[in-house]
Design a protein around this ligand. Structure first.
Ligand code: PAF
Length: 281
């Protein structure tokens, strides 16, 4: 595996690969890699000749500066995981390499970015669009891989691809979970031992709610999930919405969508955890 910290170094390497008609896959990450990322990298490596993984904690997508400061940074162990998972080129740029001057671009991300995480994390999706579009321009991959834990983010990336006409296939990959159901996240490392014990209630409750739909109304299912989790001391649901899995718009009746997805954000102490589940319809 080659490791690049400069855009020009990576591009020289990729130019050689492209001359040989090698296909290129990209997995954008912010590091602190875990088995969820590993599954993306393995899939990317299996489906492409070159598997490029970027490791960059993107400052422009953090609406909470404390979150940026405390975001885990583990570059050495990240590189070991990447090499073992089949990454051929790791791209680990500095902030000035990615943003030699402030990125002032504002993207029209449309309705998919206007709900759930959008209004609650102002500027977040625009920051994601800034860094992902930059990575797409640098790498020019054939395919790019994203995890479904950040379900709304995938819809935003698809919108970005459409907006800027990137000739890139977006591959969405299933959530990887701990044995007790907790969705893998770099933020899980911030949970105390006590919080780690209670955090699986999120996935457990979402799973239990599958049995309620569609016998119960959308609102009843939302109330079940929210109340069950809020009853656990130390947990507070920020929102639970059932949306159409393509448009991200909330539904009030199961008949409004063929693809109902429940998206949740929960504060476990200070740690903001997200998860989602697809209901059969
Ligand atoms: O999902 C993430 O880790 C980030 O939002 C991404 C896509 C790597 C952009 O910084």
């Amino acid at each position: 595996m080659k490791v690049f910290d400069s855009i020009s170094g990576l591009q020289q390497y990729l130019a050689e690969a492209k001359k040989k008609n090698r296909t290129i896959g990209l997995v954008p990450t912010m590091g602190a890699l875990h088995k969820g990322h590993e599954s993306l990298v393995k899939r990317c490596a299996a489906e492409n000749d070159e598997c490029v993984v970027s490791v960059f904690v993107n400052p422009t997508q953090f609406n909470d500066k404390n979150d940026l400061v405390t975001y885990p940074r583990t570059v050495e162990s990240d590189c070991a995981l990447l090499e073992a998972a089949g990454c051929t080129a790791a791209f680990v740029p500095s902030e000035t390499e990615m943003y030699p001057e402030p990125d002032t671009r504002v993207f029209d991300l449309g309705p998919v970015a206007a709900v759930m995480e959008g209004p609650r994390r102002p500027g977040h999706f625009n920051g994601v669009a800034q860094v992902v579009s930059k990575l797409f321009d640098i790498v020019k991959p054939d395919k790019a891989y994203f995890g479904e834990k950040d379900f709304q983010q995938i819809a935003v990336i698809r919108r970005l691809v459409q907006l800027l006409a990137f000739p890139i296939e977006i591959v969405s990959c299933p959530i990887i979970r701990e044995a007790d159901g907790l969705a893998l996240s770099s933020r899980n490392t911030r949970l105390t031992a006590e919080q780690r014990k209670i955090a699986p209630v999120i996935a457990r409750t979402l799973n239990e709610s599958l049995a309620l739909a569609p016998k119960k109304s959308v609102n009843e299912v939302i109330a079940f999930v929210t109340d069950t989790i809020n009853r656990v001391p130390g947990m507070e649901v920020e929102y639970y919405e059932i949306v159409d899995g393509y448009s991200m718009q909330p539904v009030t009746d199961w008949s409004e969508t063929a693809y109902p997805v429940g998206c949740i954000t929960v504060y476990c102490g200070e740690v903001r955890l997200i998860d989602n589940i697809t209901y059969a319809n």
